[in-house]
Design a protein around this ligand. Sequence first.
Ligand code: ZN
Ligand code: ZN
Length: 108
Amino acid sequence: MFCKTCGGLLILKKTPYGKWMACPQGHAQPELNQEQVTSVEKNLKQGRKMEVSDGINILAVHDHTCKKCGHDKAELLEIMPSYSDEDCIFRMKCGNCGVVEQLEGKVK
Ligand SMILES: [Zn+2]
Ligand SMILES: [Zn+2]
């Protein structure tokens, strides 16, 4: 990524508010900074680091149509059973609205 003002290569800047790419010459990158800070805040809320990218869940790669918003990609969540003779529980988390649905078909 390059500075919008001088075209120089941006460096990673660390601040108490998060990390983002900044120009070594100190030129402001308003749009860029705003986006990065938003991502960091989302990450903190969700306790995950690689999930958020431009508001799209990059782990949502499984075909599953959301009942709520109709989005057709979801993240597969596997929940291990507390006893070894129980089945794993699978849930689909919508990549768009984040709603979690328990998968049917667990019944034998
Ligand atoms: Zn610059
Ligand atoms: Zn949805």
